[in-house]
Design a protein around this ligand. Structure first.
Ligand SMILES: O=P(O)(O)OC[C@H]1O[C@H](OP(=O)(O)OP(=O)(O)O)[C@H](O)[C@@H]1O
Ligand SMILES: O=c1cc[nH]c(=O)[nH]1
Length: 203
């Protein structure tokens, strides 16, 4: 008996365009990530009085990773009563696509006064895509000190890695096609919180 052929399937599964995370979703996801970070910090030095939180430094990648790192630090403090260091690392001069992207203004690099040497540094970004921004951030960190370990927290992992980089903490995994865009809006920069998936290369 002749077999009927199956309909052709897309090899690049796309997320549905529209709102991926509402403001309430973003708050819930950030809180979950804060709890995961608290648990991870406790594994650094199980005997420590502050649950390893004094060893933790959250380092945001501008633009939106910076406020995200500060939010995570604030939520960890709200849950535990312990303040956590947060900073930012500018990756502009460490990018491998400087010639393609043209001139961009430098962003601040802010390291806690106690530095990053021998601490658990968690890089924080809003979106993980090719992994090239994270690669640049790792190079930038190397000029700032020698952490005990470096981990990665992202609000959205949309796939399509071009480098062997993975996140240790992921707020939301979303399958996208390469041509789509994932736009994270944060109140500190954009006036409100929302994550949207857009079709096409332009917002
Ligand atoms: O994994 P990648 O392919 O590097 O993509 C992810 C990066 O892209 C976006 O930043 P962008 O470079 O657009 O700058 P922005 O944060 O200033 O918007 C996003 O905020 C991540 O940092
Ligand atoms: O879709 C994408 C890709 C890279 N960076 C973003 O913020 N969104």
């Amino acid at each position: 008996m002749a077999r009927t052929s199956e309909p052709a399937r897309s090899t690049t599964p796309g997320g549905t365009p529209g709102t991926l995370l509402s403001s309430a979703d973003v708050a819930r996801v950030v809180d979950r990530m804060a709890h995961q970070l608290i648990e991870r910090a406790a594994t650094i030095d199980p005997g420590s009085a502050d649950g390893g939180l004094s060893d933790l430094v959250l380092v945001g990648i501008p633009t939106r990773g910076a406020p995200l790192a500060r939010r995570l630090a604030a939520r960890i403090e709200a849950f535990t009563g312990t303040a956590v260091d947060a900073g930012t690392v500018d990756i502009t001069l460490y990018r491998d696509d400087l010639r393609l992207r043209g001139v961009r203004a430098l962003e601040p690099t802010v390291v806690p006064p106690t530095g990053i040497d021998d601490r658990l540094v968690v890089l924080v970004d809003d979106v993980l895509f090719s992994g090239r921004s994270v690669r640049a951030a790792l190079d930038a960190l190397r000029d700032l000190g020698r952490p005990r370990s470096v981990q990665l927290a992202v609000l959205v992992d949309r796939g399509h890695r071009e480098l062997p980089i993975r996140a240790d903490f992921v707020g939301k995994n979303v399958p996208t096609s390469r041509s789509q865009q994932v736009k994270v809006h944060l109140a500190e920069i954009d006036g409100s919180d929302e994550v949207v998936v857009l079709d096409g290369d332009r917002a």
